[in-house]
Design a protein. Structure first.
Length: 383
């Protein structure tokens, strides 16, 4: 395992590219690979390190090589090698890594704006739409990334996940069957479950299977890719596609000082890769979810999809999460209401029909005749 000093040296080697050093590095006999580092608190077999490796790191390496700007060597530090979930922001701030995959639900104290999507469940399962909407808000709305700048780093991209769904020890076909049920979660989803009178249990993801097996946990709400990775089908054989939708549980960040110290060709490659990464990462994440669901079905897990009426019922049962979030941030001088409205506008522009209009504070029953009609017409499952 790397020491903190050694790890700092990995990153600081990128900082040390003075003009003189860079000119020497350009000479064939003196060319040395440029070492870049990336860290997360995620397990090695989590979907995201592989997504970042294939769609970000490899693309930067390719672009730098095509520009004739040398070779890139990547130092990957996942699974607690450098830090655990909740410590990535600080690791980049302390110059211990160049790039970081920050888990927004584990860094809410210092990154209060980045868990935006979790205030609006039941939007869409389309990872690319959610990722693009999140990216638009962060790129175009002043104040969204101030906290990241304060931590000496630059926001690069959100990473939109596949949809959050339920794996359970008994069938869950409606909200009544969650009432009184202990539901495990790794992210801050308590309001999603409390709103339908379930009992949320926030736990490390790798403990959920054992708790299900012991009979103390009745279900878990996770991205389907995580349900598959954790092997929860061993202890729970009922899967419910809820429609809770894709979320953005991670953002990709870079140490600002380190970025500025890199050679021009490398910075160009990073910027060009960043532009395409949001979509490619989202598509890869959704594909991981599709593959996990296919595997669950192949293993005999019984799958259920909530009727539209049940989705409306669940969404209507929740408090105005986005408005509560927005009001709190507005009071703190952050762009809460603007962020919610912009995100909803981006979803609608992409063709999403919302189950619930999270940009409004009105009670669900007063949101208009269109919603009532939709409920009446949605008596059968949809694709």
């Amino acid at each position: 395992m790397f020491s903190r000093t050694a790890l700092a040296g990995v990153v600081l080697s990128a900082f040390a590219l003075s003009p003189l050093a860079a000119s020497h590095a350009a000479e064939p006999h003196a060319a040395q690979p440029l070492r870049l580092s990336v860290t997360s608190g995620l397990a090695e077999n989590h979907a995201v390190p592989e997504i970042v490796r294939v769609h970000f790191q490899a693309e930067i390496t390719r672009r730098v090589a095509e520009a004739g700007a040398g070779e890139i060597v990547w130092d990957e530090m996942h699974a607690g090698t450098l830090t655990r979930l909740g410590g990535v922001l600080e690791a980049l701030e302390d110059d211990l890594a160049l790039f970081g995959v920050v888990a927004v639900n584990h860094e809410t104290h210092r990154l209060p704006m980045q868990n935006l999507t979790f205030q609006m469940p039941f939007t869409t399962e389309d990872c690319a739409i959610v990722g693009a909407a999140y990216q638009a808000v962060h790129s175009n709305l002043d104040g969204m990334t101030d906290a990241m700048s304060a931590a000496r780093q630059t926001f690069l991209s959100g990473i939109a996940s596949d949809g959050y769904n339920l794996i359970s020890v008994q069938p869950i076909r409606n909200t009544a069957e969650v009432r009184g049920l202990k539901v495990g979660m790794a992210d801050r989803l308590e309001n999603w479950i409390e709103g339908i009178q379930g009992i949320p249990q926030r736990l490390p993801d790798d403990t959920m299977g054992a708790r299900m097996k012991a009979g103390v946990l009745g279900a878990a709400v996770l991205p389907t890719s995580e349900i598959g990775r954790l092997g929860l089908k061993r202890d729970a054989d009922h899967y419910t596609k809820t429609g809770l939708g894709s979320q953005v549980p991670f953002v990709l960040s870079v140490n600002t000082h380190a970025l500025q110290a890199l050679p021009d060709a490398v910075r160009t490659a990073i910027n060009e890769t960043r532009a395409a990464f949001t979509q490619s990462a989202a598509q890869a994440y959704c594909q991981a979810g599709n593959e996990a669901l296919a595997e669950l079905k192949a293993r005999g897990v019984r799958t259920i999809k909530l009727l539209k009426t049940r989705r409306f019922q669940w969404a209507d049962s929740l408090p105005p999460l986005a408005q509560q979030w927005a009001v709190a941030h507005d009071a703190a001088g952050r762009p809460g209401r603007e962020a919610v409205e912009m995100f909803v506008d981006e979803l609608r522009a992409a063709g999403v029909t919302l189950v619930r209009d999270w940009s409004r504070a009105a009670a669900p029953s007063t949101l208009g005749p269109a919603m009532t009609a939709a409920k009446e017409l949605s008596q059968a499952p949809t694709n």
